[in-house]
Design a protein around this ligand. Structure first.
Ligand SMILES: C[S@@+](CC[C@H](N)C(=O)[O-])C[C@H]1O[C@@H](n2cnc3c(N)ncnc32)[C@H](O)[C@@H]1O
Length: 273
């Protein structure tokens, strides 16, 4: 039994694995969710908008960039924090599963959920091929198919923070681990694109009702080669709002020293919630 701690997104009853489907144990009506050949499950149902989540070209760029392990120090740190908790880990907004896969080494079961079907399909195929114990589903981070109190950790890596939903699925004392861009993240790349570089502000969706346990910053400045600069640029929102001239200035470089700077927050679900 691989899929433990999941609930039916329609009626909230427990889901049990039956062959190539997750079947709901509700007493009135049974809802079934096929496990695709790739290995993922679509929990979003008929109302799913294929344009939701990150667009496919952005997902592909992120896959190409992350495969080069430029963000491995961040992935290793988040995975170590997940390993402190063990149990069920939910990676909310998992994208193509780069971080999810590393988390799975220290958790009993790891779920990755994202609205991008392209990203989830890629992640599921890779996990199946490489026999990783992580399972993927298409759904919103605001409506996770996870039972109340089932998760020991929830992670949110550059993805929306749905505090209320994350609190619901976490067990008491469970941890929410958030990775976000620090003020100077990618400042050198932005300096090639814009006349004035504005620092990244603090995210507006950090939890308000959880206990902040720790906050740390991880900063390093490697040399990034031409092809990787292009992938990095294409996976960021800057690629959607930069003039062609500025983009060409960046993309004509053979290499660039780029500041990677991340804030990692750890929150605990309060005992009395
Ligand atoms: C910047 S990407 C980060 C992906 C992944 N965590 C990583 O760092 O490689 C943000 C991800 O959040 C997903 N996303 C955005 N809104 C979402 C929502 N409401 N529910 C689920 N996923 C969402 C996007 O599809 C995208 O994959």
């Amino acid at each position: 039994m691989k899929h433990l701690g999941l609930i039916c997104p329609v009626c909230g009853a427990a889901l049990v694995e039956n062959g190539n489907a997750l079947c709901c144990t509700g007493s009135v009506k049974k809802h079934n969710f096929d496990i695709s050949r790739a290995g993922h499950v679509n929990f979003a149902g008929g109302s799913y908008d294929p344009n939701s989540g990150d667009p496919a070209d952005m997902v592909r760029a992120r896959i190409a960039f992350l495969e080069k392990d430029h963000y491995a120090p961040l992935a290793d740190r988040v995975a170590a924090l997940v390993a402190e908790m063990g149990g069920i880990c939910v990676d909310a907004g998992c994208g193509s599963g780069y971080y999810t896969e590393k988390m799975s080494a220290g958790a009993d079961i790891t779920y990755g959920f994202d609205l991008s079907k392209t990203a989830v399909e890629y992640a599921a195929k890779k996990a199946k091929r490489e026999q990783k114990s992580c399972y993927y589903g298409v759904c919103s981070v605001y409506t996770l198919p996870v039972a109340d109190g089932a998760a020991s950790s929830v992670t949110s890596v550059f993805a929306p923070v749905a505090e209320e939903e994350f609190t619901r699925v976490l067990k008491k004392g469970g941890r929410l681990i958030i990775a976000a861009a620090a003020p100077d993240h990618l400042s050198d790349m932005k300096a090639m694109l814009y006349d004035t570089v504005t620092e990244n502000g603090e995210r507006g969706d950090l939890p308000r009702n959880m206990e902040l346990i720790s906050r740390e910053r991880l900063t390093y400045k490697p040399t990034v080669e031409k092809g990787d600069i292009a992938a990095l640029y294409a996976m960021t929102p800057y690629s959607r709002r930069t003039s062609r001239e500025s983009a060409e200035r960046l993309l004509s470089l053979d290499k660039l020293d780029i500041t990677f700077s991340f804030d990692v927050f750890v929150y605990a679900k309060k005992e009395q919630v």
